[in-house]
Design a protein around this ligand. Structure first.
Ligand code: TUI
Length: 312
């Protein structure tokens, strides 16, 4: 019997209980299709692009994956969240994950449309609220994650969320191999979400400079910037992110100036590989990501390792 058959694989009809993070500007149809085709759940990032572009991304993914499920991540701080919330219904998207806020006001419409709704939660309180609002599962995301983060760690957050809700919990933050998956299962998670490892997937179309930064990163090469703006973000340490961090620490950059300097910096990293003005988001596990390979190979190898450990 496989140890990685869980309520998540049952709920979504997927082979492996693994989600690819819906990374803003990064998670487009080629990556999402590769992950879903390999038996995981691929996600398209909805939060960075015009609605017509996202409609096209959804249609291309649908065409590529056939009857396999995929999802859209809705970044709730994004200005087009409202429009996107309607788009996923119109396009019959099977799964929606949300981040950076409380999706409560959209839940009833999504559930009525038969969408499986799986919010990212940084706390037990939001996990409970989401369960009451009808979420099918929650993603408990630790501060080890890349991008916009909460305060608690994966190791502390996941078991507390597992104890607090009845619905299945997916662990995220700091997971990049079979050991991380097995550990998440030991904490009570029934699935995992990985972002940073998938940055190194062959199908991930980020700028080669971005991929190289992730591949070369060591254990100490991620840094959190922007805590004082209320939107802390974990990135690769570069001259730009270190300049932001010191400006934040010594007061030479005000929070307003910080927001201005970083506006558009994700796009500059992902599309242009711009080391002077780009924010190269990555998780604290980047030091363990050392090889570019197809998403399918990553998934199969990680689950072989996880199952071996869990069966011991
Ligand atoms: O959303 C993410 N990660 C992201 S979004 C992003 S784009 C961005 N651009 C500019 C500034 C900031 C971000 C890059 N990375 N992860 C999911 C996540 N959600 N992490 C933390 C949360 C979260 C935080 C608070 C979820 C809910 C929440 O609720 C507060 C409330 O309303 O109760």
């Amino acid at each position: 019997m496989t140890t990685t058959k869980t309520r998540i694989t049952e709920l979504l009809g997927i082979k492996y209980p693994i989600f690819q993070g819906g990374m803003a500007w990064i998670a487009e149809h080629t990556l999402a299709s590769a992950v879903s085709s390999a038996g995981g759940l691929g996600l398209i990032a909805g939060g960075s692009a015009p609605i017509d572009y996202l409609r096209d991304q959804i249609r291309q993914t649908k065409a590529a994956v056939g009857d396999k499920p995929f999802g859209v991540n809705i970044m709730l701080m994004s200005p087009n969240a409202e429009e996107l919330a309607k788009l996923v219904i119109e396009e019959g998207v099977p799964v929606v994950t949300t981040g950076a806020g409380n999706p409560g006001k959209y839940m009833a419409a999504w559930k009525e449309a038969g969408i499986k709704v799986i919010p990212v939660v940084p706390s037990v309180a939001l996990a409970k609220r989401m369960e009451r609002a009808g979420a099918d599962a929650v993603i408990a995301e630790g501060t080890e994650s890349g991008g916009h983060i909460g305060e608690n760690t994966t190791m502390c957050l996941v078991p507390q969320v597992v104890d607090a809700v009845e619905i299945p919990v997916i662990a995220a933050g700091g997971i990049a191999d079979g050991r991380g998956i097995a550990a998440s299962f030991m904490l009570g998670a029934e699935g995992v979400q990985l972002g940073t490892r998938f940055l190194a997937a062959e199908e991930c179309q980020i700028h080669p400079t971005y991929k190289e930064l992730v591949i070369k990163a060591k254990d100490t090469d991620s840094i959190v910037t922007g805590r004082y703006t209320g939107h802390p973000c974990r990135n690769v340490k570069t001259k730009f992110s270190k300049k932001l961090a010191s400006g934040e620490a010594n007061g030479s950059i005000t929070p307003d100036e910080f927001e201005e300097i970083t506006l558009g910096s994700l796009r500059k990293a992902v599309q242009d590989g711009n080391l002077d003005e780009g924010s190269f988001l990555c998780g604290a596990i980047a030091g363990m990501v050392t090889k570019i390979e197809p998403a399918k190979d990553m998934i199969e190898e990680m689950f072989r390792q996880a199952e071996e450990l869990l069966n011991k």
